[in-house]
Ligand binder design. Sequence first.
Ligand code: DX5
Ligand code: ZN
Length: 214
Amino acid sequence: MSVKISPSLLSANFFDLKADIKRLEALKTDMLHLDVMDGIFVPNISFGNPVIKKIKENSNLTLDVHLMIDRPHRYIKEFAKYADILGFHYEAGSDIAETLKEIRNLGCKACLTIKPKTAAEEIFEFLPLCDMVLVMSVEPGFGGQSFMPNSLPKVTALKKEIQAQGLKCDIEIDGGINGETAPLAVKAGADVLVAGSYLFCDKMEERYNYLKSL
Ligand code: DX5
Ligand code: ZN
Protein backbone atom coordinates (compact mmCIF):
# COMPACT_ATOMS: atom_id res chain seq x y z
CA MET A 1 0.00 0.00 0.00
CA SER A 2 1.29 3.43 -0.87
CA VAL A 3 2.47 5.89 1.73
CA LYS A 4 -0.13 8.29 3.16
CA ILE A 5 0.51 12.01 3.38
CA SER A 6 -0.78 14.34 6.08
CA PRO A 7 -0.05 17.98 5.13
CA SER A 8 0.43 20.12 8.24
CA LEU A 9 -1.80 23.19 8.34
CA LEU A 10 0.76 24.97 10.52
CA SER A 11 2.54 26.09 7.34
CA ALA A 12 -0.63 27.28 5.58
CA ASN A 13 -1.62 30.90 4.98
CA PHE A 14 -3.71 31.65 8.09
CA PHE A 15 -5.23 34.68 6.33
CA ASP A 16 -6.67 32.41 3.65
CA LEU A 17 -7.06 28.93 5.11
CA LYS A 18 -9.98 28.21 2.84
CA ALA A 19 -7.85 28.53 -0.29
CA ASP A 20 -5.16 26.25 1.10
CA ILE A 21 -7.70 23.64 2.20
CA LYS A 22 -9.30 23.73 -1.27
CA ARG A 23 -5.89 22.97 -2.78
CA LEU A 24 -5.55 19.95 -0.50
CA GLU A 25 -9.06 18.79 -1.37
CA ALA A 26 -8.26 19.04 -5.06
CA LEU A 27 -5.28 16.78 -4.44
CA LYS A 28 -7.48 14.41 -2.39
CA THR A 29 -4.86 14.29 0.34
CA ASP A 30 -5.06 11.29 2.65
CA MET A 31 -5.37 13.47 5.74
CA LEU A 32 -4.96 16.96 7.13
CA HIS A 33 -2.56 17.32 10.08
CA LEU A 34 -3.66 19.85 12.71
CA ASP A 35 -1.07 20.94 15.30
CA VAL A 36 -2.57 22.16 18.57
CA MET A 37 -0.02 23.85 20.86
CA ASP A 38 -0.65 25.30 24.31
CA GLY A 39 2.53 27.27 25.11
CA ILE A 40 3.19 24.94 28.08
CA PHE A 41 3.93 21.48 26.72
CA VAL A 42 5.69 23.20 23.82
CA PRO A 43 7.08 26.76 23.65
CA ASN A 44 4.56 27.94 21.07
CA ILE A 45 0.82 28.56 20.76
CA SER A 46 -1.03 27.67 17.56
CA PHE A 47 -4.80 27.21 17.19
CA GLY A 48 -7.52 25.25 18.94
CA ASN A 49 -10.87 23.58 18.53
CA PRO A 50 -12.87 26.55 17.10
CA VAL A 51 -10.64 26.41 14.02
CA ILE A 52 -10.84 22.61 13.80
CA LYS A 53 -14.64 22.70 14.15
CA LYS A 54 -14.97 25.05 11.17
CA ILE A 55 -12.68 22.88 9.06
CA LYS A 56 -14.71 19.78 9.96
CA GLU A 57 -17.95 21.53 9.01
CA ASN A 58 -16.62 22.72 5.67
CA SER A 59 -14.38 19.96 4.38
CA ASN A 60 -14.37 16.19 4.16
CA LEU A 61 -10.66 15.74 4.71
CA THR A 62 -9.67 13.18 7.35
CA LEU A 63 -8.61 15.28 10.34
CA ASP A 64 -5.40 14.09 12.01
CA VAL A 65 -5.17 16.12 15.23
CA HIS A 66 -1.76 16.30 16.96
CA LEU A 67 -2.24 17.62 20.50
CA MET A 68 0.88 19.24 21.93
CA ILE A 69 -0.78 20.20 25.19
CA ASP A 70 -0.13 19.53 28.85
CA ARG A 71 -2.38 16.88 30.50
CA PRO A 72 -4.33 16.26 27.30
CA HIS A 73 -6.97 14.07 28.99
CA ARG A 74 -8.65 17.31 30.10
CA TYR A 75 -9.58 18.11 26.50
CA ILE A 76 -10.10 14.74 24.80
CA LYS A 77 -13.91 14.99 24.78
CA GLU A 78 -13.80 18.39 23.08
CA PHE A 79 -11.30 17.45 20.37
CA ALA A 80 -12.96 14.07 19.73
CA LYS A 81 -16.03 15.92 18.45
CA TYR A 82 -14.20 16.91 15.26
CA ALA A 83 -11.04 14.79 14.99
CA ASP A 84 -10.95 11.57 12.98
CA ILE A 85 -7.56 10.60 14.39
CA LEU A 86 -6.71 12.06 17.78
CA GLY A 87 -3.14 11.95 19.06
CA PHE A 88 -1.45 13.10 22.25
CA HIS A 89 2.04 12.95 23.70
CA TYR A 90 3.36 10.13 25.86
CA GLU A 91 5.31 12.77 27.81
CA ALA A 92 2.38 15.13 28.49
CA GLY A 93 1.22 13.84 31.88
CA SER A 94 -1.97 11.88 31.19
CA ASP A 95 -2.70 8.23 32.00
CA ILE A 96 -1.69 6.69 28.68
CA ALA A 97 -3.90 3.60 28.55
CA GLU A 98 -6.97 5.41 29.90
CA THR A 99 -6.59 8.28 27.45
CA LEU A 100 -6.11 5.96 24.45
CA LYS A 101 -9.20 3.98 25.48
CA GLU A 102 -11.24 7.14 25.93
CA ILE A 103 -10.32 8.32 22.42
CA ARG A 104 -11.46 5.02 20.91
CA ASN A 105 -14.65 5.00 22.99
CA LEU A 106 -15.47 8.43 21.61
CA GLY A 107 -15.27 7.03 18.07
CA CYS A 108 -11.86 8.37 16.98
CA LYS A 109 -8.72 6.56 15.99
CA ALA A 110 -6.17 6.82 18.79
CA CYS A 111 -2.58 7.95 18.24
CA LEU A 112 0.26 8.00 20.77
CA THR A 113 3.14 10.38 20.02
CA ILE A 114 6.75 10.38 21.19
CA LYS A 115 9.28 13.21 21.30
CA PRO A 116 12.80 12.76 19.89
CA LYS A 117 14.34 11.82 23.27
CA THR A 118 11.76 9.12 24.08
CA ALA A 119 12.74 5.56 23.17
CA ALA A 120 10.40 3.54 20.98
CA GLU A 121 10.47 0.68 23.52
CA GLU A 122 8.74 2.86 26.12
CA ILE A 123 5.45 2.67 24.22
CA PHE A 124 5.50 -1.00 23.14
CA GLU A 125 3.04 -1.98 25.87
CA PHE A 126 0.48 0.54 24.60
CA LEU A 127 0.55 -0.51 20.94
CA PRO A 128 -2.58 -2.72 21.18
CA LEU A 129 -4.52 0.44 22.18
CA CYS A 130 -3.18 2.52 19.26
CA ASP A 131 -4.45 2.87 15.69
CA MET A 132 -1.41 5.00 14.90
CA VAL A 133 1.83 6.04 16.59
CA LEU A 134 3.59 9.28 15.77
CA VAL A 135 7.37 9.54 15.92
CA MET A 136 8.53 13.15 16.13
CA SER A 137 11.57 13.83 13.96
CA VAL A 138 12.03 17.35 15.39
CA GLU A 139 11.45 18.78 18.85
CA PRO A 140 7.73 19.63 18.74
CA GLY A 141 6.68 23.27 18.65
CA PHE A 142 7.64 24.75 15.30
CA GLY A 143 7.45 24.02 11.59
CA GLY A 144 10.45 24.35 9.30
CA GLN A 145 13.05 22.59 11.50
CA SER A 146 15.70 20.09 10.35
CA PHE A 147 14.96 16.38 10.36
CA MET A 148 16.56 14.36 13.19
CA PRO A 149 17.91 11.07 11.73
CA ASN A 150 17.76 9.35 15.14
CA SER A 151 14.00 9.05 14.50
CA LEU A 152 14.60 6.45 11.76
CA PRO A 153 15.69 3.48 13.93
CA LYS A 154 12.71 4.23 16.19
CA VAL A 155 10.34 3.88 13.23
CA THR A 156 11.94 0.57 12.32
CA ALA A 157 11.80 -0.73 15.91
CA LEU A 158 8.11 0.17 16.15
CA LYS A 159 7.36 -1.47 12.80
CA LYS A 160 9.03 -4.67 13.95
CA GLU A 161 7.16 -4.68 17.25
CA ILE A 162 3.79 -3.96 15.58
CA GLN A 163 4.37 -6.92 13.27
CA ALA A 164 5.56 -9.13 16.15
CA GLN A 165 2.41 -8.32 18.13
CA GLY A 166 0.27 -8.91 15.00
CA LEU A 167 -1.29 -5.45 15.19
CA LYS A 168 -2.74 -3.06 12.67
CA CYS A 169 -1.18 0.27 13.60
CA ASP A 170 0.20 2.93 11.28
CA ILE A 171 3.47 4.71 11.97
CA GLU A 172 3.47 8.43 11.26
CA ILE A 173 6.55 10.63 11.21
CA ASP A 174 6.47 14.39 11.71
CA GLY A 175 9.08 17.11 11.33
CA GLY A 176 11.56 18.06 8.65
CA ILE A 177 10.04 15.85 5.95
CA ASN A 178 11.16 16.96 2.48
CA GLY A 179 12.37 15.51 -0.82
CA GLU A 180 15.54 14.13 0.76
CA THR A 181 14.24 12.88 4.10
CA ALA A 182 10.91 11.40 2.96
CA PRO A 183 12.49 8.40 1.14
CA LEU A 184 14.54 7.61 4.27
CA ALA A 185 11.40 7.67 6.41
CA VAL A 186 9.53 5.38 4.02
CA LYS A 187 12.48 3.01 3.86
CA ALA A 188 12.57 2.89 7.67
CA GLY A 189 8.92 1.82 7.69
CA ALA A 190 6.82 4.99 8.00
CA ASP A 191 3.23 4.62 6.74
CA VAL A 192 2.23 8.29 7.07
CA LEU A 193 4.38 11.35 6.36
CA VAL A 194 3.50 14.74 7.85
CA ALA A 195 4.81 17.60 5.76
CA GLY A 196 4.33 21.30 6.44
CA SER A 197 6.86 23.77 5.06
CA TYR A 198 7.85 21.42 2.22
CA LEU A 199 4.30 21.31 0.84
CA PHE A 200 2.82 24.76 1.46
CA CYS A 201 4.41 26.63 -1.43
CA ASP A 202 3.76 27.07 -5.15
CA LYS A 203 5.10 23.56 -5.80
CA MET A 204 2.55 21.87 -3.53
CA GLU A 205 0.94 19.71 -6.21
CA GLU A 206 4.22 18.48 -7.71
CA ARG A 207 5.72 17.80 -4.27
CA TYR A 208 2.61 16.01 -2.99
CA ASN A 209 2.66 13.73 -6.01
CA TYR A 210 6.35 13.05 -5.48
CA LEU A 211 5.75 12.07 -1.84
CA LYS A 212 2.87 9.81 -2.91
CA SER A 213 5.14 8.07 -5.42
CA LEU A 214 7.57 6.90 -2.72
C1 DX5 B 1 5.91 20.57 14.83
C2 DX5 B 1 4.65 20.04 14.23
C3 DX5 B 1 4.73 19.65 12.82
C4 DX5 B 1 5.13 20.76 11.87
C5 DX5 B 1 5.93 20.13 10.77
O1 DX5 B 1 5.81 20.56 16.20
O2 DX5 B 1 4.22 18.89 14.94
O3 DX5 B 1 3.56 19.01 12.37
O4 DX5 B 1 4.05 21.46 11.31
O5 DX5 B 1 6.46 21.12 9.98
P1 DX5 B 1 7.61 20.82 8.90
O6 DX5 B 1 7.08 19.77 7.97
O7 DX5 B 1 7.82 22.15 8.27
O8 DX5 B 1 8.81 20.34 9.70
ZN1 ZN C 1 2.51 17.74 14.09
